[in-house]
Structure formats: C-alpha cells, structure tokens
Write a protein that binds this ligand. Structure first.
Ligand SMILES: [Ca+2]
Ligand SMILES: [Ca+2]
Ligand SMILES: [Ca+2]
Length: 203
C-alpha cells in the first residue's frame, strides 16, 4: 500500500469512529456557595429540613482539597431535601449518567433517596455504620422516561450529621452508533481501486 493511500485510509477510519463522549446537562461542585450551617444554595431549593455548606479551608473540612461541599443533615435535627431549581430537559429513551462524590460527617448509618423527578430515577443510597468514609465516587445510569426533571437528594434522619455530597454531575451518554456518511463507502472503494492500480503498476 502506498503512503498516500495509507494516510487516506487512516483519515477515513478516524471519520468512521465518529465523535465520542458525553454531554453535560448539569454540574455543581458547590465551591461558590457560602460556608454556613443551615446554609442556602444557588442552584438548589432546600425543603423538609436543612443542610450545611461545609469544607472550604477550615469549616468542618473533613475532605480537604475539595473546596466546599454539603452535609445533607444540617444543624436543626431535621435533614434536608435539595432539588435543582431549574427543571432539566431530557430526551426520552436516551441514557444518562448521574454521578456524585460522597463522604460522611460522623460514623452513624445514613441513608438518602436521590434521583431525577418526573419518574426518571429514584434510588436509595445508604452507608452502614462504621468508621470514616473516604471521599468516594458513585455513578448510576438511567434511561429518561420523562422530558423534564429535577435532580434531588432527600436525606433521612436528623442527628445533624449526614452524608457529605459534592460534584453532582448529570450527563447524557453517547450510546448511538455513529452512521457512516453515505459518500464514505464510495470513497473507500475508490481508494482500494487506486491501490490495485498501484500494485499492478509495480508488478
Ligand atoms: Ca466542592
Ligand atoms: Ca450537620
Ligand atoms: Ca445522621
């Protein structure tokens, strides 16, 4: 195979691979929120109780290096529910990934329900009683069943120490098979033909 043909085929296979990856629908690292017990949030409504915005440099900073984050059980003996203020748009049938980092304030067993309203996703998340929880990553895939929904985290209990939440990310998953452009097979046939001619000339 001559060099021009090899280069052309390499370009063609790159085009066949197509664009990969995911598109972010929503993300929040809470780093611009104001540190406070029973704090408020820019992107989320808080109901049914309270949350604490902690971390920073020295405000109950259990997980240094992660800026600000939340303790979903605030300081009023009644853990809160947070829900994104703006509804997010979904394509029904499309796969999405909801992920977040978590930890724990304290060592008691904790649980929350989280998901996406509109019937898209609702799941229990629990930490058994034990020692310190390292700053960890959790991710779940779901297929959207409703065109609109809000992300929520709804913590149970109320002993003022709860699940720590950071880096909430919702992204669409690229599961589609990238269609081959109509002209490409024709181009490949042409290139292979050129290769055959080149081979015949050499022989
Ligand atoms: Ca953070
Ligand atoms: Ca708390
Ligand atoms: Ca608790």
């Amino acid at each position: 195979m001559n060099r021009t043909l090899a280069a052309a085929l390499a370009t063609a296979s790159l085009a066949l691979a197509g664009p990969a990856g995911a598109a972010t629908v929503f993300s929040d690292n809470f780093n611009s929120e104001t540190l406070a017990t029973n704090g408020s949030l820019s992107n989320w409504n808080i109901s049914n109780g309270t949350i604490d915005v902690i971390g920073g440099v020295s405000f109950y900073n259990f997980y240094p290096g992660n800026g600000n984050y939340l303790d979903l059980d605030g300081s009023t003996q009644n853990a809160g529910r947070i829900e994104t203020k703006l509804p997010l748009a979904f394509t029904i049938g499309q796969t999405y990934t909801l992920s977040f980092n978590y930890g724990r304030n304290g060592s008691s067993a904790e649980s929350m329900t989280f998901g996406v309203t509109g019937g898209n996703l609702s799941q229990l998340f629990a930490l058994p009683a034990g020692g310190t929880v390292p700053f960890s990553f959790f991710s779940v895939d779901f297929v959207a069943t409703s065109a609109s929904g809000n992300i929520f985290f709804d913590h149970a209990g109320g002993d003022q120490q709860g699940i720590v939440l950071d880096n909430v990310l919702l992204a669409s998953v690229d599961t589609a098979v990238v269609p081959v452009p109509a002209a490409l097979p024709l181009l490949l046939t042409g290139l292979l033909g050129l290769g055959a001619i080149a081979r015949r000339r050499k022989a």
